[in-house]
Design a protein around this ligand. Sequence first.
Ligand code: FAD
Length: 567
Amino acid sequence: LSKLLVVVTVSGGGLVACAEANQVNSQQITNLSSEVDLVSKKKKVVVLGTGWAGTSFLRNLKNPSYEVQVVSPRNYFAFTPLLPSVTCGTVEARSIVEPIRNIVRKKSVGVQFFEAECIKIDAQNKKVYCRSNQENNLNGKEEFVVDYDFLVIAMGANVNTFNTPGVVENCHFLKEVEDAQKIRRTVIDCFERASLPTVSDEEKKRILHFAVVGGGPTGVEFAAELHDFVNEDLIKLYPGVKDIVKITLLEAGDHILNMFDKRITAFAEGKFHREGIDVKTGSMVVKVSEKEITTKEMKTGEISSIPYGMALWSTGIGTRPVVKDFMRQIGQANRRALATDEWLRVEGCDNVYALGDCATINQRKVMEDISAIFTKADKDNSGTLTVKEFQEVIADICERYPQVELYLKNKQMGDIIDLLREAKGDVAKESIELNIEEFKSALSQVDSQMKNLPATAQVASQQGVYLAKCFNRMEECEKNPEGPLRFRGSGRHRFRPFRYKHFGQFAPLGGEQTAAQLPGDWVSIGQSSQWLWYSVYASKQVSWRNRALVVSDWTRRFIFGRDSSRI
Ligand code: FAD
């Protein structure tokens, strides 16, 4: 029986997969798609991933002339910004996920979903090799091949450990819903273990030391959530361990939240300091063993070890192996993410698109364009502009390149930006002249970073919407290749390049306080931003079911506190 040949035929679809149970490899897979192709004339779109990018593409695809197949190892969409809340039971895991079949159920476009992971992309033959990830499947892990006319790669990224020894074996990550659930259980485990009569005081101290590696938004939010959980709920239930619990936040850079405005960074560091969260900046983790974290001081090079009970590793994102393999095939081996043009088409491939965390837009012309804008503004060729002129030029640049705006807002240009900020409406300061070359050379130092949009849900979901709109109109564009250039209506159609619109970012800091950095250099920190955070995150849920569940979780937490059962 185990040798039985399993043949899967998907009616009306472009997929026929055939796999020998248990011992299958890609050579053994027989692809019968061409037979089905004769039946179906619709263009086949294969979407890899059901995260922010993939789901937003699917939700916005409206043209029924496509036949869509979705491949993802998880059959749901997860609202990642609320994952830190799941780690401490502020919000339940099921409240922030929505089955992908529910999301695509009412669509006019035919969508089929396969719970499987893509294991290889063959862009030359337009095929995607997949493997079912149902561990308990009696037939074992089945493999199949999907053909495509258009491929949308939205597989996200995995955790970047920088090859630090011991991280994979000993640290928790916070990327998936399962990670958050595991963290929740481990936190309770630590408290229960520390309460056992056999455990020595020193061991108790170690077990109740929670180390968070990485001072970015995820690390900071987890540290804040954990602090609230401990102080609002757990100390009432475990009074004996009250004074032993410790949270340490380790960050290799000079500050935590360094992608945020200086004011937010300073507030967060001050708040954590007051609350007893130990923020160790300039401290790089070089090794993690079962019970100790080894760090190196960036300034002095001093090596030291800290005993810990639970560690969370959140130091940024890396490339998934399947994406890496694909990048090698298409000559992009030396990059971190798939390079696309501004229409999200993968460079060097036909009909392959990449969006979200697994992709990066290759904007070679950013610095050239910026130079041209400066040259135009410098009418008398003096190499200088007044502060007022500078402000106008920068406003123009920011409109074209929101990612540059992010960098400018985030103190990268130091003195010049401070001067521009201060000079608003101050006539005396507006007439000060600034050197263009100085500014450009500072800008070019962050040039490579400027080209990359931040790896956020906001970017991924806007890219999904953009690409779906292009797909909705692609047929019309092909039918009308001539005539006046139009973006809407009839005539010759073209797509505008993708432009990211930044709506701001939040950093929840615990104790009902959130920092918000909104467009227009607007920073707000405190309870009012917390309410803004509640409203935005409730409204951004993908379904009314999620919205109702999340709001009721928040209400339950206000009334009854968080649940500390270890289930
Ligand atoms: P993902 O959402 O990660 O989706 C990737 C999809 O690909 C998943 O469905 C996955 O199952 C699937 N996949 C993986 N491997 C394969 C494979 N081999 N074959 C097929 N499919 C595969 N961003 C914000 O803007 N604001 C926030 O507040 C915020 N908070 C965050 C908090 C946390 C804890 C985390 C982890 C991230 C947060 N982010 C936030 C970042 C945001 O979640 C990501 O930028 C976003 O998820 C990227 O979307 P994506 O679609 O590219 O990838």
